[in-house]
Design a protein around this ligand. Structure first.
Ligand SMILES: *Cc1c(COP(=O)(O)O)cnc(C)c1O
Length: 412
């Protein structure tokens, strides 16, 4: 039985298996999870220093606080005006101010003119985000940061395993970030990984008590409950349940600077170590699904799949789409939503009401505004099957017909 109301694709789902949870329990018992995870992250990403936090946001906040201790006279962090609301949440959590730069709606890459304009003597750090697993070439940003004495933070929370040329996302700046949250490339329920080769930054992180504070003793028990719930609920047969409970906030990006910095608990570290072994396979599967979706959408009028930059190897956390005409006729149909087709971040950052007091200045961000108004993303995770892909393609083929119908209504 799989009626439309029973089968519902989550927009993003990073799979957890019983074996991952068993590995988490082993790590909890032996206390060896973090050590083994650290060794593997160092090996895979060639990083000299690796730190863990209870979430990506917490890792980002810790990193910015550490940078500030090295450069106390600088207190502004420049962010792309279109990104996850977790990013400005972390900047405000760290007690810093937010500056914004625009992004190209065609490539999602930083608009260099806008970034240069935002740079000044107060710029502590520039954050670059490889959204949806599309890697950016950070060489131009590295150069600009060098000139201005600012640090570059390579936020690869959505791009673990992606490459630009020979460089891995997360390793292209002074420091890098991965997230282990539910919708990311791999998940351990939640978690953040910070990497850096800079000795001064690593030393500053090593003396941050927050990163080494174990939460409550019950934390691993809580993590276990969440991991089991996540494993069950992200299945297409079960997703209608969490999707219909708005207080779970599934899929929503919220601005909330009020969170605690804690270490990653042992159970999550063990889960992360276990899922990390499947990262390459999961990324390869997402690439195949993205390629099939792309091929299906090739001839569909009015639809443009965002193209990855030349020389990059994306990991397609989701497949981003834009309307050729500038706006989608009639918005996203409910059928498409049940197929995991969703709007991305609904606002450019300068439009988030709670963030206004922390913004240094506000300019024009036409690229980010266009993306916030129009970008749709398609799911690429392991639950997406061939018939789902055909149904998604059909939903977009039907769009022009809907527009005609609407025009007719107006004419009548
Ligand atoms: C998810 C994400 C983060 C970290 O968020 P958490 O949910 O706290 O792990 C940071 N940056 C970007 C671009 C993200 O998508």
């Amino acid at each position: 039985m799989s009626g439309p109301y029973l089968r519902m694709l989550p927009p993003s789902a990073s799979p957890l298996r019983p074996a991952d949870i068993a590995a988490g329990i082993r790590a909890w018992v032996t206390g060896q999870g973090a050590q083994s995870l650290r060794r593997e992250i160092k090996r895979r990403f060639g990083a000299r220093h690796v730190f863990f936090a209870t979430s990506g946001r917490a890792g980002l906040s810790a990193l910015l606080r550490a940078m500030r201790t090295l450069c106390p006279q600088r207190d502004q962090v420049l962010l792309p005006a279109f990104t996850s609301f977790s990013v400005p949440s972390a900047v405000v959590n760290a007690g810093l101010k937010v500056g914004l730069y625009d992004v190209s709606p065609r490539t999602l890459a930083p608009d260099m003119a806008s970034l240069e304009k935002a740079m000044n003597r107060k710029t502590l750090c520039v954050v670059a985000c490889h959204l949806f697993g599309y890697p950016l070439d950070l060489e131009p940003l590295r150069e600009l940061c060098r000139v201005h004495g600012a640090a570059l933070l390579d936020d690869a929370a959505q791009a673990m395993g992606a490459r630009a040329g020979t460089e891995l996302a997360g390793t292209m700046g002074d420091a890098g970030l991965f997230s282990l949250s539910r919708g990311k490339n791999i998940t351990a329920v939640d978690g953040g990984i910070v990497l850096t080769d800079r000795e001064d930054l690593a030393d500053a992180l090593k003396v941050m008590p927050e990163l080494f504070t174990e939460g409550s003793r019950l934390r691993p028990v809580q993590s276990l409950g969440l991991a089991l719930a996540l494993m069950a609920m992200l299945h297409p047969r079960a997703y209608w349940l969490p999707a219909s409970l708005p207080f779970l906030g599934i899929g929503a990006s919220v601005f909330d600077p009020d969170f605690r910095l804690e270490s990653l608990d042992a159970l999550r570290a063990g889960i992360a170590r276990s899922v990390l072994d499947r990262l390459d396979d999961l990324n390869a599967a997402r690439r195949r699904t993205a390629a099939t979706l792309h091929a299906g959408l090739q001839g569909v009028p009015g639809v443009r799949v965002v193209q990855p930059a030349a020389g990059t190897v994306p990991v397609y956390l989701r497949l981003p789409l834009l309307p050729l005409s500038g706006a989608w006729p009639g918005g996203v149909a409910p059928e498409a939503q049940a197929l995991g087709v969703v709007r991305s971040y609904p606002l450019a950052l300068h439009r988030i009401p709670g963030l206004a007091p922390f913004l240094v200045s506000v300019g024009e961000y036409p690229g980010a505004s266009m993306l916030a108004a129009n970008l749709l993303t398609l799911p690429t995770h392991g639950h997406v099957r061939g018939d789902d892909i055909r149904a998604i393609v059909r939903a977009f083929q039907d769009l022009p017909a809907k527009r005609c119908a609407r025009v007719k209504e107006v004419a009548a």
